[in-house]
Design a protein around this ligand. Structure first.
Ligand code: ADP
Ligand code: ADP
Ligand code: ZN
Ligand code: ZN
Length: 761
């Protein structure tokens, strides 16, 4: 083995994998240098995840779990033993992936990075006036939380415009809610109060009448009308309504009137804490004029100097610790976030970088950190900062394993393991291992493509019209108006946090609701679906089986009595665990073959239905001559999914594979507006060309294509570019360039233009 930084000659300096056979792996034996940064490359489907996640990470987790007492073990996720002969010299593995952090409304960037608990400590020591222990600064603690919103920052509020029809009088039913309708008992309280002219339109009420109707409480009536219960007091519509429907005690009423309530109740900033989540006493505690909530509302890049300026000897170490973590967030390109941002609103790439910061603060060493395409969502400008953090983890004595396609990340590898040569059954081998320098000469796909440089597309297409978006001020957008040309491919660029997703994913559909988003998100009902059902290919296949065997086609359906009764055609059974991912195991009834013995006996040209479902797309293409089936199989091949099997459950596909499957269904349509958010995610450099070909095919069929991308090969092939920036968060949110790529590379301030120019041939 060839290592750049002095080859470790000791066997203990290697993680040794012997005979790995998970998924498509072909008895892989490989050594990975410890305390080094190893990048795993190879086309999508070549087996990188099968080796790194399904074998190495899974086995580390499993062995770790074995060390706990059985009491703890039963409460941990169960990992099956990966199919591998041996795995030696493994250290504890931590997977830093793109699974969204999720979490409830009480989970924020500040709480998950632990920066908030440090801030609490700081305020409890240095804040004036002193309000108590650090728990008092927690919005999740009864001592700290705002009593009105209980630490949520928002409260349920009544949308008056929806509740009240000002064109009507009380008698005509001005209060639009079932229990307040004319004749109902709550309505009687107002018409019998003697306070109002029951035939006067609410729009004509004086301010005083309006205030009485809506807000007065605890009022003794002087002249109640007949029908008013003698001892009771008057209460306005709003307080009455809140008491009945918005308090903790009103669960039953909430359920009963859920639909009507959803119509008129919205969540708005809490009127007491204005969204700060804390009680007034805590908010009064300040350092240099700022409350703890002022700090968490600031952009992290602006907060760092504010904390650094706190000059209190007792707090020096705390200040250092907070500043260090804030700087970690800034260096992974997240300086545009605020600590009070709810984690459930972060993207996958942002979530991954927040997780990374959690580990940077730790002083543990000899951990194996595993990253899954950490460059996702990052502009070339942001990638080198990510790189320096991964190197830092390595230099602290950890082993860093990275699955990645981005040449700028591959460039920092101490060691490269290239998998292939192709995907699926044609992959699963190590085609190169060694240092980066020799990779280029190795002749593998990765080596060949690493040195390639694109040219700009000339001339760009002429648009047929334009879509007009804006003016928009959502999130960080600063009154942005932009034209997107129709009938061409537009690439939207800019550093992470500049506002690309806000503009394209949130604002565009408000103007053009018909836009079709081809994203990496989950596909509905995907446990039961597979490529054959999703593309509609299974119907003609069932017909063929039925005709060949003179039986009913429904027998070959997953929801008929031809399906295995135990797993209902899934081939696997799921055991749900209360708080964890369910355990998946092969169905014992059918041994994973999905159908009854009778159905499995019917064949088509020598293959049973389960054997057909086990075929890869490529194999199926030689098996089926029938036109309808072939067309679908060809489109799947066109999007690079030759290696998936017809029956592979959609919930086992990666995000990139799901996106390409969705794309396959759109290839022949025309006149659409298509939006792609980072379609190169998960794609090898050699597949990016093919993707660009597919995007062009959509445009050539008469559609408008809009792509959010930081991949320079894709950017170079745009007909039109919209570049947002100049920076992230408050420093972003403006359009700094709109035009053809040739002009972009001449732009004096565009970071995208700068990197594109460097990348070109
Ligand atoms: P990569 O990470 O290089 O994209 P993977 O390791 O994810 O590749 O996949 C290698 C092969 O194994 C592919 O053919 C893929 O479809 C298949 N595969 C991966 N996970 C599963 C699974 N849970 N069930 C069946 N096949 C799978
Ligand atoms: P990009 O797509 O260019 O990475 P985004 O559109 O995701 O940028 O973000 C632009 C700005 O809007 C950032 O400051 C980000 O923190 C903010 N933002 C994005 N989504 C939300 C949200 N759900 N709530 C509050 N702020 C958001
Ligand atoms: Zn509040
Ligand atoms: Zn079964």
């Amino acid at each position: 083995m060839n290592l750049q930084n002095g080859a470790p000659d000791n066997r203990h300096d290697l993680i040794r994998v012997t005979g790995a056979r998970e998924n498509n792996l072909k008895n892989v034996t490989v050594s990975i240098p410890k305390k080094r940064l190893t990048v795993f490359t190879g086309v999508s489907g070549s087996g990188k995840s099968s080796l790194v996640f399904d074998t190495i990470a899974a086995e580390s987790q499993r062995q770790l779990n074995e060390t706990f007492t059985s009491f703890v073990r039963h409460r941990l996720p169960h990992y099956g033993q990966p199919d591998v002969d041996s795995l030696d010299n493994l250290s504890v593995a931590i997977v830093v992936d793109q699974k969204r952090l999720g979490g409830n409304v009480r989970s924020t960037v500040g709480t998950v990075t632990d920066i908030y608990s440090l801030l609490r400590l700081l305020y409890s020591r240095v804040g004036r006036p002193f309000v108590g222990y650090s728990n008092a600064f927690s919005f999740n603690d009864p001592h700290g939380m705002c009593p009105k919103c209980e630490g949520l920052g928002t409260v349920a509020a009544i949308d008056l415009e929806r509740l009240i029809d000002r064109q009507k009088s009380l008698n005509e039913g001005a209060i639009r809610f079932p229990t307040f309708r004319p004749g109902e008992w709550r309505w009687k309280r107002y018409v019998c109060s003697g306070l109002f002219d029951n035939d006067k339109k609410l729009g004509e009420y004086t301010d005083e009448e309006w205030d009485t109707l809506l807000y007065k409480t605890d009022m003794k009536l002087k002249h109640p009308g007949p029908g008013w219960p003698p001892t009771s007091k008057y209460e306005g519509v709003i307080p009455r309504f809140e008491r009945s429907f918005l308090t903790k005690e009103s669960e039953e009423a909430k359920t009963r009137y859920k639909e009507e309530l959803d119509r008129i109740v919205t969540r708005g900033a809490c009127p007491l804490c204005k969204g700060a989540r804390l009680n007034q006493e805590v908010l009064g505690c300040r350092i240099n004029g700022k409350s703890i909530a002022d700090c968490t509302a600031m952009q992290i890049s602006e907060l760092a100097p504010v904390i650094r300026a706190i000059d209190a000897p007792v707090a020096a170490t705390m200040v250092d610790a907070i500043v260090e973590r804030l700087e970690h967030l800034i260096s992974v390109g997240l300086g545009y976030l605020s600590l009070n941002r709810e984690t459930s609103t972060l993207s996958g790439g942002e979530s991954q970088r927040v997780k990374m910061v959690r580990h940077l603060g730790s002083s543990l060493t000899d951990i194996t950190y595993i990253f899954d395409e950490p460059s996702i969502g990052l502009h070339p400008h942001d990638v080198h900062r990510l790189n320096s953090l991964m190197k830092r983890l390595r230099d602290k004595g950890n082993t860093v394993l990275v699955v990645e396609h981005d040449p700028d990340v591959i460039a920092i590898a101490d060691h490269v393991i290239d998998m292939g040569p192709e995907a699926g059954a044609k992959g699963g081998r190590i085609v190169y291992e060694g240092d980066l320098a020799s990779l280029a000469a190795s002749g593998t796909l990765t080596g060949t493509y690493l040195g390639r440089r694109p040219r700009l597309k000339t001339p760009p297409r002429q648009p047929s019209g334009s879509l007009v978006i804006g003016p928009a001020s959502l999130h960080n957008l600063k009154d942005v108006s932009v034209r997107i040309p129709q009938g061409v491919m537009t690439v939207v660029t800019g550093v992470a946090g500049s506002g690309k997703s806000t503009l394209i994913n949130k604002v565009l559909p408000r103007h053009y609701p018909e836009a079709v988003f081809i994203d990496q998100g989950a596909i509905q009902g995907s446990k039961r679906s597979n490529p054959a059902t999703y593309t509609g290919m299974l119907d003609p296949i069932r017909e063929l089986f039925a005709r060949a065997n003179r039986v009913s086609p429904t027998l070959f359906s997953f929801n008929s009595n031809g399906a295995c009764p135990e797993c209902k055609g899934l081939g696997v059974t799921y055991t749900d665990l209360a708080f964890m991912d369910p355990i998946v195991s092969r169905c014992e009834g059918c041994q994973g073959r999905r159908f009854t013995v009778e159905v499995l006996g019917y064949t088509l040209r020598g293959k049973s239905i389960d054997e057909v479902l086990e075929m890869s797309v490529a194999d199926a293409r030689t098996f089926f001559g029938e036109e309808t089936i072939r067309t679908i199989l060809e489109r799947l091949g066109d999007v690079g999914l030759d290696y998936i099997t017809l029956g592979q459950p959609l919930n086992t596909l990666s995000g990139g594979e799901r996106q390409r499957l969705k794309l396959a269904a759109e290839l022949e349509r025309s006149g659409q507006i298509y939006v792609f958010d980072e379609p190169t995610t998960g794609l090898h450099l050699s597949d990016v060309d093919r993707l660009i070909g597919l995007l062009n095919r959509l445009v050539d069929n008469g559609s408008t294509v809009i792509v959010i991308e930081h991949n320079l090969d894709v950017i170079s092939q745009a007909d039109w570019i919209v570049d947002l920036g100049p920076g992230a968060g408050q420093e972003g949110g403006t359009v700094i360039f709109e035009g053809v790529p040739e002009q972009l590379i001449k732009h004096p301030h565009s970071l995208t233009g700068h990197y594109l120019k460097q990348h070109l041939h």
